[in-house]
Design a protein around this ligand. Structure first.
Ligand code: BTN
Length: 326
């Protein structure tokens, strides 16, 4: 009921009468009043005027199930939504939900993580009140080797959502870090449970630096947040909902071909590395080349000085001399 009331208040042009709300939702005036009090406690400013009703005056950066739900316009992604004020890791939580039989597209969002996981066994700093920590569950009927492409698609979705919600020129650092002005604002970690030829489920976890203004010393030089880059607070709930809409669109295109053939052009348009010199940190030996895009499997195409083109699958790629981080 809270999500419905919130949606009605947001869509209304001015006051909504208590009687209308009772009528639409089939509940008592007291029940409506109780929801208004709860919303105020969560940080919304609601004006209540006798004979006029209720009006939503201000939407702060509230992140609750109702606020995210009231903004979610996707068809199925994130429709099953679990919000937790605190958890160990949303990736771990999503895996638990998968084992309990939760459906394709289930989304877990937390305000704070006590054991946030990064790539390569690193931890992910996850203080409360300012960032997005979310993971979603997918159950695609695709071969396990295709799963890494989902991480690239998630990177595209977040980049588009950041552009739409903030106006910032967000880009992708191959394969899936989202960067603004050469600094990282988002990291993505995809994990899966699989047999040799069959995926049980995939969990994609996304961490976005939204409103925090300070970072741990070890990432101070390479990280930034949307608040730092725009100078204003950004709604986490809006960014979550927008990311889910973009992801759903891209993911449905990916499922049609089980590769990135329909997404390659969009991906390359967002790629910070495109046309720039990259240093490929290959365990067999470092080399330099010019980034020419990606192939349909998501590998980075690097043109060597002699003109030969290499497809890079794993290993770290960095750009030297242009940005510090990218
Ligand atoms: C990276 O190292 O760049 C990936 C970081 C992924 C962090 C996110 S935060 C939400 C989800 N839960 C986790 O424990 N990790 C991912």
């Amino acid at each position: 009921m809270k999500t419905k009331i919130l949606t009605i208040l947001k869509e209304a042009d001015g006051f909504v009468s208590g009687q209308d709300l009772c009528h639409k939702l089939g509940v008592s005036r007291t029940a409506v009043w109780k929801v208004m009090k709860q919303l105020e406690e969560e940080g919304y400013v609601i004006e209540a005027v006798r004979n006029k009703g209720y009006r939503l005056v201000e939407v702060a950066d509230v992140m609750t199930e109702a606020e995210i739900g009231s903004r979610m316009h996707s068809k199925w992604m994130g429709k099953q939504l679990i919000y937790l004020p605190e958890t160990d890791s949303t990736n771990i939580q999503a895996r638990r939900l998968a084992e309990d039989g939760y459906p394709d597209g289930t989304l877990v969002v937390a305000d704070c993580q006590k054991a946030g996981k990064g790539r390569r066994g690193r931890s992910w700093s996850s203080p409360p009140g300012s960032s997005i920590y979310m993971s979603f569950l997918l159950k695609p009927d695709i071969p396990p080797y295709c799963a890494s492409m989902i991480t690239l698609i998630a990177g595209m979705a977040v980049t588009q959502a950041v552009k739409a919600e903030t106006g910032l020129e967000a880009q992708i650092k191959w394969p899936n870090d989202v960067v603004v002005n050469g600094r990282k604002i988002c990291g993505i970690l995809t994990e899966m449970s699989t047999e040799l030829e069959r995926i049980h489920y995939i969990v994609t976890g996304i961490g976005i630096n939204v409103n925090q203004q300070e970072f741990p010393e070890e990432i101070q030089a390479t990280a930034t947040s949307l608040r730092i880059e725009t100078g204003r607070n950004i709604s986490r709930s809006g960014l979550i909902a927008c990311s889910m809409e973009w992801f759903e669109q891209y993911y449905e295109l990916f499922l049609q071909t089980q590769d990135l053939s329909r997404l390659k052009a969009d991906y390359e348009a967002l790629l910070a590395n495109l046309g720039r010199e990259v240093l490929v940190l290959d365990p067999a030996g470092e080399y330099r080349g010019i980034c020419r895009g990606i192939d349909e499997g998501g590998q980075l195409l690097v043109e060597l000085p002699g003109g030969e083109q290499k497809a890079v699958m794993s290993g770290e790629v960095s750009v030297r001399g242009i940005y510090g981080y990218v």
